[in-house]
Design a protein around this ligand. Sequence first.
Ligand code: ZN
Length: 400
Amino acid sequence: MSVLFFLAAAMVPGSLQAGRIENVAADGNAVTIKFDDNVAEAKLFSLTGPERIAVDISGATIAAGAPVASEFGSIRQAQFAPETARLVFDLNGPAVVSDARFSADGRSLTIALRPASESEFSAASARMPRRIAPIAQFRSEPPKRRYEVSAPIGKGNARGLPKISGPADSRLPLVVVDAGHGGHDPGAISPDNGAREKDVTLAIARAIRDELTKSGRVRVALTRDGDRFLVLQDRYGIARRMNADLFISIHADAAENREARGGTVYTLSEVASDREAQRLAARENKADIINGVNLGGQDNEVSSILIDLTQRETMNVSAGFAKLLLREARPNMLLRGTSHRFASFVVLKAPDTPSVLFETGYISNAEDAAFLASRDGQHKVARSVSNAIQAHFARRLAQN
Ligand code: ZN
């Protein structure tokens, strides 16, 4: 069954069954979006800082065109995913959706807004997206989450996604662990014992996988399970394509100051928490640039309109996991004073997958290098990560 599905999906690559946005028109407090064909559904949500309302319409593609002015602010469009159009209302004051509905024939969506207080707006921004759909008869198939088809357990799969270890139960959370660097990119190298970052990260990633597999509560996949080079986008791309619930990239830092020691957890922010975090992000991001050629290329999906919409939910979950990881790691290994920092790491830029980058220590420091190159050290790091992951999912389960 899933094999047939694979083939069907593979035979029509990129075929879009989507209605195109024909027109966006503002009239008083209402905005009407017209489509030339059926669409699947719309998700409406509010975002703070600055105040915006976003509408994701699945089964729709955008039309080129200038932003449309409305009473509440201007409205711009972006193709959020191949079959999901996003409209963003850049509000000129707090406002909330008072009504949203599709027309009877599903060919237009009307959204009414009304001015709101700041507190009303922030309450709205804390809520889950509101979903609405045309009546079934005029609804297009929801876009296939083409990469969601789960990999058969125990085998690699035809699409080149890594194999999943753990119980064959797709309801269990999936963690993607990324061993930093690899192939022609060794990462940092210890001046003391010659340990290479790419080998240390792979050993730790494998140890994390083994710990998690033993727990039986989580499924896990590695972005690489060998000495292989991957561009940064492929790393988080794997997590996205597998619909991972958590992404962890493992690294081991190097510094001029050979006294510098200890682990740090980084989460994504466009504004680095300090110069050192910024420097590190710049260096890690360079992994894609080999002989001056940028192998990562420009990811249109990560254009500015989308980064500024990066779900606060994702950021919050990432930060929550970072805290748990530090809590679990503290008894097992040395951490730095400010052990949770923020920076703009390319590898953390999946907008919808909670992600952290764990610099497990300084390979430029003799003691850290010895710890990270040892089985015992690798095991301690792996147990910390594994405990944090289990605590993280237990907590999320309890919240739902
Ligand atoms: Zn690194």
